[in-house]
Design a binder for this molecule. Structure first.
Ligand code: CO8
Length: 258
């Protein structure tokens, strides 16, 4: 499929979706978000893809929602058109693992998009922020909710109230990102992680994603119960038999997603 605002490259079980609006630092307009959702859904449904990477350019993962597209909207238009609501739901519904590989600016909707992915690998040039307060608004796609869960109340308040940026090192120590690497090695690192995931049972990987995400929606007791049921359920798969047989036979497991 030919896209205008993203570039999709699928090889070796991995789909790399690159945001590509260089003149606007990959600002998220409706076109880009629509294309991103389509590409994610295509990857999710493809038997050639076992892990997805979402990335941007060296200068910007994404500098936020497209301000020029939003500036003249009214409250009624924002509400009745449910701006940004549908893309959020579609991205949240992706079942395969998604890694955000972030270099440069990940601001506003860009930071929120990165946080919608399953984990974030950052380059040492990455800058995260929720600067919507500078525009007279607030974050609208998870910047107050997901960020608070990633980094806790104090830093989430700091970021949302002052609009300051967090550098890669602070993002790492705060738990917003899982790894930081030199900018030149970002895609190698992300691909390496994606290949590791792609070598697992996809059923187990999708279940792990679903179960970790459940931790943010339930009580501990309900989450533990859900996890245990999912764990038991995986014993209905051939991949569980293969994984445990391979361990006993001291060989690499050959998972078949069955
Ligand atoms: N939207 C539109 N265009 C943008 C955006 C953006 N978010 N960010 C940058 N651009 C454009 C600039 O206008 C500029 O275009 P031009 O060359 O035509 O003037 C080009 O990208 C390059 O940008 P700069 O010249 O500003 O580059 P600098 O290196 O000087 O600065 C910054 C980089 C610091 C990233 C700066 O561009 C900036 O502050 N950008 C805006 C960041 C921001 O405020 N983001 C939050 C946007 S609001 C949001 O994301 C809300 C999302 C949730 C909505 C959910 C609703 C339910």
């Amino acid at each position: 499929m030919a896209y205008e605002t993203i570039i999709v490259d699928t090889s070796d079980d991995i789909a790399v979706i690159r945001l590509n609006r260089p003149d606007a630092l990959n600002a998220l307009n409706q076109k880009l978000l629509g294309e991103l959702c389509m590409a994610l859904e295509e990857a999710d449904g493809s038997d050639k893809v076992r892990c997805i990477i979402v990335t941007g350019s060296e200068k910007a993962f994404a500098a936020g929602a497209d301000i020029t597209e939003m500036a003249d909207k009214t409250f009624v238009e924002m509400t009745s058109q449910a701006i940004f609501q549908e893309p959020s739901r579609r991205i949240e519904a992706i079942r395969k693992p998604i890694i955000a590989a972030v270099s440069g600016y990940a601001l506003g909707g860009g930071c929120e998009l990165a946080m919608m992915c399953d984990f974030i690998i950052a380059s040492d040039t990455a800058k995260f922020g929720q600067p919507e307060i500078n525009l007279g608004v607030i974050a609208g796609m998870g910047g107050t909710q997901r960020l608070a869960r990633y980094v806790g109340k104090s830093k989430a308040m700091d970021m949302n109230l002052t609009g300051r940026f967090m550098d890669a090192e602070e993002a790492l120590t705060s738990g917003l990102v899982s790894r930081v690497v030199p900018a030149k090695k970002l895609m190698d690192e992300a691909r390496g992680a994606a290949q590791k995931i792609a070598a697992k049972s996809l059923l187990a990987a999708m279940t792990a994603k679903d179960t970790v995400n459940r931790a943010f929606e339930t009580t501990l007791a309900e989450g533990l119960n859900y996890e245990r049921r999912c764990f038991y359920g995986l014993f209905a798969t051939q991949d569980q038999k293969e994984g445990m047989a391979a361990f006993a036979e001291k060989r690499e497991a050959q998972f078949r997603d069955k």
